[in-house]
Design a protein around this ligand. Structure first.
Ligand code: ADP
Ligand code: MN
Ligand code: MN
Ligand code: MN
Length: 336
């Protein structure tokens, strides 16, 4: 039997990498990752190699069923250079100290975008809908735009075996969120990237694009898009101690520049101190504080200071591999 393997990778564009993919047909494929062969592509077309020496290598690292195609799988890949070394664009290979004791819940926000009007779904041509307020977690054709896309994406992700934990309409018109929970930086990153891929592909069939920019409506009074990173390790989950949470939050203070570096492009446009964000130049943390850099969820306080933290600074276009990696590194630097 012929099986379709969709090899997915991240290109070399800066400052934000995009998804690329192509289909490989394999005969009598086992369904196992170890039976996915290495493959190659033209890196000169993805900003990953010069034309004179254009081959880059695709190394499969994650596989799941492709529910939208017959006899098919999605295969997330790392990019290697022509010598077989991790390409500099390969954030996954550069995760230094992955650790499955670190659990991540990413809240991926995005806009459903109408390429014809170059505005979010729900924005009338040449104008604006009513101001923010009624759209968050809304129902009804006045306020919720594009639900059929969001629902189809949810079902496809679940059928693929991705660990989606929920979805909701967001604060701006045409803005939505899904949450994915996974253990370890690589696993969490793989799942987010495959979920992003599926959303992009589903959008195609509706003629709707996905806008991952963190502030696509600029300085107007509309929320930007984040990718809040909720995280915990055994220390946080079993702390029973406010001091432990304080020490771990404080470990993020000297790491602000290192974190912000990988928290997504153009984040200065989003982290303004307005629209439920902290200023990009400040560092703060607080219980239930959605204007802080790091929020200590009420859950954590209610569980006698055991639980998790939410770094609210990563944006919708950030690379989850890099976000998770810097969080692991920073938490491990804490004096607890
Ligand atoms: P918000 O109130 O910020 O919108 P959400 O419900 O959208 O919160 O997202 C919360 C996320 O926190 C979920 O993805 C969930 O998986 C994650 N989460 C919950 N507990 C933990 C934990 N112990 N470690 C890591 N992530 C967690
Ligand atoms: Mn959320
Ligand atoms: Mn949200
Ligand atoms: Mn959140």
């Amino acid at each position: 039997m012929a099986t379709k393997l969709e090899y997915i990778w991240l290109d070399g564009y800066k400052p934000t990498q995009s998804l690329r993919s192509k289909t490989k047909i394999e005969k009598d494929f086992s369904g196992k990752l170890e039976d996915c062969p290495l493959w190659s592509f033209d890196g000169s077309s993805t900003e990953q190699a010069p034309g004179g020496s254009s081959d880059c290598v695709l190394k499969p690292v994650f596989i799941c069923p492709d529910p939208q195609r017959k006899d098919a799988y999605l295969v997330m890949c790392e990019v290697l250079d022509s010598k077989g070394q991790p390409h500099e664009s390969n954030g996954r290979a550069h995760i230094m100290d992955d650790d499955n004791d670190f659990w991540f819940g990413f809240e991926q926000e995005y806009f459903l975008w109408d390429p014809k009007t170059d505005k979010p779904l729900g924005f009338p041509a040449g104008g604006y809908p009513g101001p923010q307020g009624p759209y968050y977690c809304s129902v009804g054709a006045n306020n919720a735009y594009g639900r059929e896309i969001v629902e189809e994406h949810l079902d496809v992700c679940l059928d693929a075996g991705l660990n989606v934990e929920g979805i909701n309409a967001e604060v701006a018109a045409g803005q939505w969120e899904f949450q994915i929970f996974a253990k370890g930086a690589k696993e969490a990153g793989d799942q987010i990237w495959v979920a992003r891929y599926l959303l992009e592909r589903i959008g195609e069939s509706y003629g709707v694009s996905i806008n991952w920019h963190c502030k696509p409506l600029g300085t107007l009074d509309w929320n930007g898009s984040g990718m809040h990173a909720n995280f915990s390790n055994t220390t946080l989950r079993t702390a029973n101690s406010k001091e432990t949470f304080t020490a771990i939050c404080e470990a993020f203070r000297p790491a602000v520049a290192e974190c912000v570096e990988v928290y997504g492009a153009h984040n200065e446009l989003r982290l303004t101190g307005k629209h439920e964000t902290a200023s990009i130049t400040d560092f703060s943390y607080g219980v239930s504080d959605r204007g802080a850099s790091i929020r200590i969820p009420l859950y954590t306080v209610d569980h006698n200071w055991s639980g998790y933290l939410e770094d609210r600074r990563p944006n919708s276009a950030a690379d989850p591999y890099k976000v998770a990696a810097v969080i692991i590194k920073t938490v491990k630097s804490a004096k607890v």
